[in-house]
Write a new protein. Structure first.
Length: 392
């Protein structure tokens, strides 16, 4: 098998935004290196939220429209499996690589039914958590174990997620679950963008203020109430600090109301959904996010790539990205006082802030670049294909 024919790889995810944001760099890398790459996902605008202009396609890659519901819906799931099987018959992939929990179940089942030689799944986080009722948690664990039985390899973003999978017995063989950290585009996220320019003025931040910023969906898991309460503490110590929140979500109105009620409404800018994230990070002096739960923490890696010191929650995935005391600081989640102490320390020490930022850029270059991620993924493809008898 294989020989002179190009290897065909089909990625499967739930929504196009995931394909555009996380999978497209891998697809483009594969296309440049002689593979035929494609992705199957839902393409309904309502499912996606904001998508970059012009785009329900990815350069050099075929996109199959498959309506995969994000929640459990047996009839729609059955239809999605049928659609995926048709896409598989048309594209004839040698490798299927699924992303996210729901697409991972539907996609791997379709791949199994269609006889795809190599089946891979990326688990950014497993869908079972300590706060779930135990019947729900064990149902998720059972389903993950079931589909893992015909999965050649599970990739995870962090060692903490890998340990979760092994602890819950998702796979019995530790060699079938490997860590491949997510990667940052080091050209797009680069301190060489220059200074903040006029963006601060456009946002109403001013050129002289110190800016503490964050980028996140405005949802409970991101700890943005903690961010605002931290901001209120900092304002009692320094009046020259402004706060920038980039992102959109269902909590926006309540967060704006909280900012007003604790007396910092004039000091916080809610920028909403933006696509110019590198430029916005360049306008920040410090990146802070007190997230409660995270799959990898790519936004921290992006801020570090921009040469920014960071303060994040002391949880497994973040601690694998942010090196405490070297590239930034870690503080307990839901503890605005602890976050305020660490943030103020960096605001008060320009040299340390600069040193941490430079160390962060070096760390991302070494461990969290897109090129490294793509090479690791391709290496696993080639290893598994060789094991299945492909001549590469």
């Amino acid at each position: 098998m294989g020989g002179n024919l190009p290897i065909r790889v089909l990625h499967v995810c739930t929504i196009f935004l995931t394909a555009q944001t996380f999978i497209a760099p891998v697809l483009r890398y594969l296309s440049r290196h002689g593979y035929e790459a494609a992705v199957a996902c839902s393409q309904g605008a309502a499912a996606d939220g904001p998508v970059s202009p012009g785009s329900r396609n990815i350069e050099g890659c075929q996109v199959f429209s498959v309506a995969i519901p994000r929640t459990i819906r047996p009839f729609q799931d059955f239809l999605a499996i049928r659609q995926l099987c048709r896409a598989i018959r048309e594209f004839k992939p040698d490798v299927i690589h699924t992303q996210t929990s729901k697409a991972g179940i539907v996609g791997r089942l379709a791949a199994r039914l269609a006889g795809v030689p190599v089946i891979i799944h990326t688990a950014h986080a497993f869908p079972f958590h300590a706060y779930l009722p135990w019947p729900v948690k064990w149902a998720y664990i059972w389903i993950e174990r079931w589909v893992a039985g015909w999965t050649d390899l599970i990739m995870v973003d962090t060692e903490s997620v890998r340990k979760d999978g092994l602890r819950e017995g998702i796979v019995q063989d530790a060699g079938r679950i490997v860590t491949v950290p997510m990667g940052v585009d080091l050209t797009r996220f680069s301190p060489s963008l220059g200074g903040p320019g006029t963006l601060r003025d456009a946002l109403g931040l001013g050129a002289e203020a110190l800016v503490v910023g964050t980028v996140a969906r405005l949802v409970p898991d991101k700890g943005l109430e903690c961010f605002l309460r931290m901001a209120a503490i900092i304002r009692t110590e320094r009046t020259d600090v402004k706060f920038l929140i980039v992102g959109e979500g269902p909590l926006r109105q309540s967060l704006e109301q909280l900012a007003e009620s604790i007396g910092i409404g004039l000091d916080v800018v809610f920028a909403g959904h933006r696509t110019d994230i590198p430029e916005l990070m360049e306008a920040m002096d410090l990146f802070v996010l007190p997230t409660r739960r995270e799959g990898f923490g790519v936004v921290f890696a992006e801020a570090m790539a921009m040469g920014k010191a960071t303060v994040g929650s002391d949880i497994g995935p973040i601690a694998e990205v942010v090196e405490d005391g070297v590239t930034g600081y870690l503080a307990p989640a839901d503890n605005p006082e602890a976050f305020a102490v660490r943030t103020l320390e960096l605001l008060n020490d320009n040299a340390k802030r600069r040193t941490f930022g430079e160390a962060g850029r070096r760390r991302v270059e070494q461990l969290f670049s897109q090129s490294r991620m793509c090479k690791l993924i391709e290496g696993h493809y080639r290893r598994l294909l060789a094991q299945k008898g492909f001549v590469l």
